[in-house]
Design a protein around this ligand. Structure first.
Ligand code: HEC
Length: 188
């Protein structure tokens, strides 16, 4: 009987340990996907700016951002961006994402550096991870308080209902959001 209890406890604590170790592995995978995704987005916007100014860059963003996200989604992961205030309504947060973004906003308001805010957790059979995005200097032309008049007109035309403007340097702009099924991803 004592042996059985010991075995049961050992087994139970083994299970309890397995998920955090698994989550650490998923978190590392998520982080490895974010860096090249962020880099390609920024490189694309910079190149389009250099070639044709901010108007051209907005059109490039609209045309390319979704496919860049798709390209960086690696089986079994899906990667994208979301925010409390979105430009593209397709990027609106779901309930879980909204809660995490609101938590990031509270932490940022409490003085934590935005770039260091992240959160991962198992939600309904999936591992989900979010990493906050700060508003940097190159973002202000299109998301800041003093957007060029012609650019504003273009944004109004391309994104009626655009909320992603009026941001200040360093402010929480949004987050990278990733998800994957638990297990090896083969769906079995
Ligand atoms: C040339 C203008 C431009 C610049 C510069 C720019 N963005 Fe954007 N941003 C856009 C457009 C256009 C979209 C909508 C893309 C789409 O249709 O998916 C967008 C979307 C986003 C989104 C997705 C959520 C949403 O609002 O739809 C985030 C997050 C974001 N931008 C952050 C940034 C950050 C951070 C920077 C600076 C590193 C930046 N942007 C620079 C134009 C720009």
């Amino acid at each position: 009987m004592r042996l059985l209890t010991t075995l049961t406890l050992t087994f139970a604590s083994g299970l309890a340990l397995a998920q955090p170790a698994q989550n650490a592995e998923y978190q590392a995978q998520a982080r490895a996907l974010i860096a090249p995704f962020a880099q390609e987005l920024l490189a694309t916007v910079k190149q389009a700016m250099a070639q044709g100014g901010p108007q051209n860059a907005v059109m490039a963003c609209q045309a390319l951002a979704p496919s860049i996200a798709e390209k960086h989604s690696r089986q079994p992961w899906t990667i994208g961006r979301t925010a409390l205030k979105v430009r593209n309504p397709n990027n609106r947060p779901d309930t879980w994402e909204r809660e995490v973004l609101e938590r990031f906003a509270r932490e940022a308001a409490a003085g934590k550096p935005v770039a260091g805010l992240s959160h991962g957790e198992v939600v309904d059979g999936e591992y989900r991870y979010m990493q906050a995005i700060a508003t940097g200097e190159p973002c202000l032309a299109c998301h800041g308080k003093n957007i060029d008049k012609d650019l504003l007109a273009l944004l109004d035309q391309r994104y009626p209902g655009d909320q992603a403007r009026g941001f200040a340097l360093g402010e929480l702009r949004g987050a990278f959001t990733l998800r994957r099924p638990l297990g090896d991803g083969s769906g079995e």
